[in-house]
Design a binder for this molecule. Sequence first.
Ligand SMILES: [Zn+2]
Length: 324
Amino acid sequence: MALQNALDHLGAIEYTWENEGWELDLQEDQEDPNATYFPTGELHITNLIDEGILQENYKLAWRFDIMAIEPTLHVAVYIDAHTGSFLKLEDQHLHAVGTATTLYNGDVDFHTAWFGGLVQKYVLKDKSGGHNIHTKEHKNTIFWGGISNIKDADNIWESSQAVHSSPHWAAHVMWDYFETQHNWKGPKNQGEKIRIFSKFSPIVSAPGILDPGNVSYEFIKNKHYLNIGELSSPGGALIPAGALDVVSHEWTHGICSQVAKMAGVNEPGALQESFCDIFGELAEYHHNGNPNWIASVQFQGARSLSFPPAYSSSCNGVNAPHPI
Ligand SMILES: [Zn+2]
């Protein structure tokens, strides 16, 4: 009854223990097939918030550590053990600032989340200041909920994790750019969540369907995805694509396709590519005031905005394809 009272008080739509993906993630993390987010009550003697240190302000209470997915919640709920009434709530879902060594943009501060309770790890979730960005490693599935969070123990994300931390950080810069410069939050200005698949590789390529490539923006069931896989280096080897301008380019595809409703082919497609390149450089400008004005300089098919003939793939009158 005490737990039901706590859940009634929260009224969340989906709790972590109701989601198979979250449960599997926890069981893997704990190396225990019986691990569960289902809350177990602990008896506490707790004080009431904003009351003096007096005997009557202490209550015997059940404390439940509860995590919800929709809405995102991690709270401790205290229920009076004698009466079953709600006593107080403590937010456990802490926003954290970590550091990351990125692939192409040096060392940066970036935003993660710390999950207390059972899984004491930092994860690539950015809910800072209304941002809504979540990064997971693509594991050849389109079932987002079934994929584990990427975790770090100390919130110092080393270069070995740059393939994940770099697009996560880049999306934060792009969100911040559009919000501060254009008062625009998220791809559709609804503050909606961006999901990033790091280490993305396309799942299928059917006959007659163009290869979707390893880097793309995708809209699946009302959710925005940035798929950030690998691109060819000038020498031909595949290297991770998570540069700030590349991630920002894909983000801009979200706005072009979802808001401006531009098609991805022919003239609207070509215009999209140019807009995406421009905003990719503006994200660099927003980051450090020093853009190089070359879209995807680390990769084959770079485009120069300041001197287009520098690259054969730039728009220099030759009808060359743009690779991403
Ligand atoms: Zn593009």
